[in-house]
Design a protein around this ligand. Structure first.
Ligand SMILES: *[C@@H]1O[C@H](CO)[C@@H](O)[C@H](O)[C@H]1NC(C)=O
Ligand SMILES: *[C@@H]1O[C@H](CO)[C@@H](O)[C@H](O)[C@H]1NC(C)=O
Ligand SMILES: *[C@@H]1O[C@H](CO)[C@@H](O)[C@H](O)[C@H]1NC(C)=O
Ligand SMILES: *[C@@H]1O[C@H](CO)[C@@H](O)[C@H](O)[C@H]1NC(C)=O
Ligand SMILES: *[C@@H]1O[C@H](CO)[C@@H](O)[C@H](O)[C@H]1NC(C)=O
Ligand SMILES: [Cu+2]
Length: 205
């Protein structure tokens, strides 16, 4: 019983992660076909490209350029706005350069070749933290059961000394520890299609 419930919870989390698109890292080729170069129309090319992508921690930026033609430097916001390449956070002059986005927040990249940044070869992105999956319920919590026919597992006794003289109390209202916030809500809020759940459960077997 508990094993099946755990499988159901795990399957729910897997499907939720898949539905939210947070399962795999995404590779973003900066500028797409344009690559990393002086954009013909100016910096709007990269601000427009950035606005059409969602960047999440763990994603990869690929700056495609030829050695010796450009480079890519991560800089602070002030240096980005001023195209100041004096003291970049990091720099790579071998193309293509892959950069894994390891932290959330705003990240700024420029080419340090003279005139390239001011001509628009600069990219600002905003990286969001990894989507938080529904927090797994603690081992003592009973997972929400879709049908009332399932009997809740007996509450574990942490001390191990309790005698089972009386039937266990209903787990919902009389538990001494407060229920985890949003545990049941988030799982219920997942409201996942039954078909997808079935597929995920089958995959777990
Ligand atoms: C980016 O996220 C928004 C909001 O979740 C979504 O509407 C949009 O389709 C996403 N764009 C891409 C390219 O994934
Ligand atoms: C560029 O940045 C460096 C250090 O970050 C600073 O000392 C210098 O004054 C800046 N140059 C300009 C033109 O802002
Ligand atoms: C670019 O430079 C890097 C580092 O010097 C080198 O490893 C790489 O092979 C070069 N790529 C090409 C296409 O020359
Ligand atoms: C950079 O990422 C691309 C796309 O994922 C991949 O094909 C390539 O091998 C990576 N290059 C390096 C040096 O990791
Ligand atoms: C980046 O995202 C954070 C969190 O959503 C937000 O507070 C910040 O204003 C964003 N920055 C930019 C430049 O959009
Ligand atoms: Cu350049």
């Amino acid at each position: 019983m508990a094993t099946n419930l755990n499988k159901l919870v795990l399957a729910t989390m897997v499907v939720a992660a898949l539905l939210r698109g947070s399962w795999a890292q995404t590779t973003h080729v900066v500028g797409d076909a344009l690559g990393w170069t002086i954009p013909p129309g100016g910096a709007v090319a990269y601000s427009s490209w950035a606005s059409q992508n969602n960047f999440t921690v763990g994603d990869i930026l690929v700056f495609t350029f030829s050695n010796g033609s450009h480079d890519v430097a991560e800089v602070k916001k002030e240096a980005f706005e001023a195209c100041n390449a004096t003291s970049p956070i990091s720099i790579s002059n071998s193309g293509p350069t892959n950069i894994t986005l390891s932290t959330a927040g705003e990240h700024y990249y420029i080419c340090t070749f003279p005139g390239h940044c001011t001509a628009g070869q600069k990219l600002a992105i905003n990286v969001t933290a990894t989507t938080t999956a529904p927090s797994p319920p603690p081992p003592t919590a009973t997972a929400p059961t879709p049908s009332s026919t399932a009997t809740p597992p007996p509450p574990p006794s942490p001390t191990g000394t309790a005698t089972p003289s009386s039937p266990p109390p209903p787990p919902s209202e009389t538990t001494t520890s407060p229920p985890p916030p949003n545990s049941a809500v988030s799982l219920a809020g997942a409201a996942l299609p039954v078909a997808l759940l079935s597929i995920a459960v089958a995959l777990l077997h």
